[in-house]
Ligand binder design. Structure first.
Ligand SMILES: Cc1cc2nc3c(=O)[nH]c(=O)nc-3n(C[C@H](O)[C@H](O)[C@H](O)COP(=O)(O)O)c2cc1C
Length: 503
C-alpha cells in the first residue's frame, strides 16, 4: 500500500469504499482472540468492588460486568430452535459485541508505569515501568493545566471486528471510542473528578510509546483524569519521551493481526490521520438545515440526572420496544444531555459537540406530531424538517431485519449528522475520526440519560443511508446521517431494573 500524499485523499477513498462495500459472507474462523493479553510480570490485580477511581473507572468502562442468558432468535428477533447460551457482556455497547477497544494507562505513585488493562481478569499488566504521565501529556495538542493523575489511551485492535465488518470496522472503532468517552465522563462525574478528552494528539508518537505498530492496533483518543481538587503534587523530574522510548515495551501476546492488506482503506485512513496538522481555531459548525419548517417546537425544561445513573442498567434491547408514548420532558432531557458541552480539545466543545448535530425521527412522543426534526441545542427547540411519513420512508429503505421492527415500535430515533468532509482542511484526515467519536459520544450520552429515565436504546448502524438522509431533509446538502439510535420503552424483563417512572 503506498502512502497517500494529499490531505483528505484517504478520507475520500475510505468514504467511497464504504459506499461501494459489497455484502460478503462472514468468515467466523478468521476471528482473532476476544481479549488482549500481555505478559503478566509486574501485574497489578485490581479489587472488583472498590471506590478507588482507577479500578472503578476501568471496570465500568470495559470490565466483564454482565452475564446474561441469550435465547436464540432469528435476525428479526423471532424465537428459533436451539439451546440458550450464557454470554459475558461489558458495560458499554459495542458493534456486534466484539469489543475492539483496549485501554492503556499511565499511572502515578510507587508502582508508576504504563499498563494495559486486562479486561478478562480485571488487572493491569505492565507495558513499561516508569512514570509516563509527563511524556504522554507532552503529546497532547492542548495540555491540561495540572499534570493528570492518570492518562488513559483508548486504542483499537483493528482485526477484532474487522474480520466481520471489513473496512467499515474503523467507523465502529471511532464511534465506540466516543461511546467509551461518554461513559468515562459520566463515571468521572460520579467520582467527582475532572476528565478531559483529547482527540488532537501526536498519534504516531503515542503509538510508539505504547509499543503499537498502528497497523494491527492504533491509538484513537486520550482521556486525562485530573488529580483531586485538594491535591497539589508537583513531581520533580519525570522521565521524558526519549528516556522512556529507550526502554523496551512489553508486547501483546499474540500480536494483533496487521491489517494493511486485509483492510487497506482502514489502514490508509488511520495512517493519514496520524499526520501532524495545524491547530484549528474553530470548527465549521454543522449547518442549520436548509428546509426548516417553522415554527419551532420549544421543549420543556430538562430534568437532568447524573448520567452515571444509567450505567448499571443499560443494555441494548434485544427485541424492540413496547410501542407506547414517551413524555415530552423525557425526550427534552435526553436531548439536552446528549448535546451538553464537555471538556474536550476541539474548539467549542464546552458548549456542545463541535462536529455533529442531532436530527430526530419522532414516532411516539406525547405532544409532538410524528415526523423528522432537527434539534437546536442553543435554543432547546425542535425544527421540523420532514413530514409525518418520514419514519415510514426510512422503514422502506435498506435496513437490517431487526431495525425495521424496532423503528416501528420506538418512541424516537436520534440521528447525529454532520458533513464528513467539512473539517478536512483544518484537521486533515483526523477529521473523520473526530466526527465519528463525537457521534458516538452524543449517542451514548443520550442512551445513559434515557436509561436513567426508564427508557432503553439501541444503535442500528444500517439506519444511516440515502433514504434516511432524504427523510431527514438532508438530500442535496453536504450533511449525512452518521448513526441511528432507536429510543423507547423497554419490554417487560428487558432491563435488569425497571428504572424510573418519569418516562
Ligand atoms: C458503534 C455501534 C454500532 C452498533 N451497530 C448495531 C447495529 O447495526 N445493529 C444492532 O442491532 N446493534 C448494533 N449495536 C449494538 C450492539 O450490538 C450491542 O451493543 C452489543 O450486542 C452488546 O450488547 P449491549 O449493548 O446490550 O451491551 C451497535 C453498537 C455500537 C456501539
Amino acid at each position: 500500500m503506498t502512502e497517500t500524499t494529499a490531505v483528505g485523499d484517504a478520507t475520500h477513498r475510505y468514504l467511497q469504499a464504504l459506499r461501494d462495500r459489497p455484502s460478503r459472507p462472514i468468515d467466523w474462523s478468521a476471528a482473532p482472540p476476544t481479549y488482549q493479553r500481555y505478559p503478566t510480570e509486574g501485574r497489578i490485580v485490581l479489587p472488583w468492588r472498590s471506590s478507588e477511581p482507577t479500578g472503578r473507572l476501568l471496570r465500568d468502562l470495559l470490565g466483564l460486568t454482565r452475564a446474561y442468558w441469550v435465547h436464540p432468535t432469528d435476525q428479526a428477533g423471532q424465537p428459533t430452535v436451539g439451546p440458550p447460551e450464557v454470554r459475558l457482556g461489558r458495560p458499554a455497547p459495542s458493534g456486534g459485541a466484539l469489543y475492539p477497544i483496549e485501554a492503556y494507562l499511565a499511572t502515578a505513585g510507587p508502582t508508576a508505569g504504563l499498563y494495559h488493562y486486562d479486561a478478562a481478569h480485571h488487572c493491569l499488566d505492565q507495558v513499561r515501568p516508569g512514570d509516563h504521565r509527563a511524556a504522554l501529556t507532552g503529546l497532547l495538542a492542548q495540555r491540561p493545566v495540572r499534570l493528570p493523575e492518570l492518562l488513559l489511551v483508548l486504542s483499537a485492535v483493528f482485526w477484532r471486528n474487522g474480520f466481520k465488518y471489513g473496512d467499515f470496522a474503523y467507523r465502529l472503532h471511532c464511534q465506540e471510542t466516543g461511546v467509551l468517552t461518554a461513559q468515562a465522563l459520566a463515571l468521572a462525574e460520579a467520582l467527582d473528578r475532572a476528565l478531559t478528552v483529547h482527540l488532537r494528539f501526536a498519534q504516531r508518537k503515542t503509538e510508539g510509546l505504547l509499543g503499537l505498530d498502528g497497523v494491527g492496533e492504533g491509538a484513537l483518543a486520550i482521556l486525562a483524569l485530573a488529580p483531586p481538587h485538594n491535591r497539589h503534587d508537583t513531581p520533580s523530574e519525570l522521565p521524558s519521551y526519549t528516556d522512556l522510548l529507550a526502554r523496551p515495551a512489553a508486547q501483546a501476546v499474540p500480536q494483533p493481526t496487521p491489517v494493511s492488506k486485509l483492510l487497506p482503506h482502514l489502514t490508509a485512513l488511520h495512517r493519514a490521520a496520524g499526520k501532524p496538522t495545524g491547530t484549528p481555531a474553530t470548527v465549521r459548525s454543522p449547518a442549520r438545515p436548509p428546509q426548516v419548517r417553522q415554527p419551532p417546537v420549544s421543549l420543556p425544561k430538562p430534568q437532568p440526572r447524573q448520567l452515571s445513573e444509567g450505567v448499571a442498567h443499560r443494555a441494548s434491547p434485544p427485541n424492540g420496544f413496547l410501542p407506547a408514548h414517551t413524555h415530552l420532558v423525557t425526550l427534552a432531557t435526553v436531548l439536552a444531555a446528549a448535546t451538553a458541552g464537555y471538556p474536550g480539545d476541539l474548539p467549542g466543545t464546552h458548549r456542545t459537540p463541535a462536529t455533529v448535530t442531532p436530527y430526530l425521527l419522532i414516532r411516539r412522543v406525547a405532544g409532538i406530531p410524528p415526523g423528522a426534526y432537527w434539534y437546536d441545542a442553543g435554543t432547546h427547540a425542535l425544527f421540523r424538517t420532514g413530514d409525518a411519513d418520514a419514519p415510514g420512508l426510512v422503514a422502506r429503505g435498506p435496513l437490517q431485519p431487526n431495525t425495521r421492527p424496532a423503528l416501528g415500535e420506538c418512541a424516537a430515533v436520534l440521528i447525529p449528522a454532520g458533513d464528513p468532509l467539512a473539517g478536512v482542511d483544518a484537521f486533515g484526515d483526523r477529521w473523520y475520526r473526530v466526527q465519528q467519536i463525537e457521534a458516538g459520544l452524543l449517542m451514548h450520552r443520550a442512551t445513559l440519560a434515557a436509561t436513567a429515565h426508564g427508557l432503553t436504546a439501541r444503535i442500528h448502524s444500517d439506519g444511516t443511508n440515502d433514504t434516511t438522509d432524504a427523510a431527514l431533509g438532508l438530500a442535496g446538502t453536504r450533511q449525512r446521517s452518521l448513526s441511528f439510535l432507536t429510543l423507547g420503552k423497554p419490554r417487560p424483563g428487558c432491563l435488569r431494573d425497571a428504572g424510573s417512572a418519569t418516562a
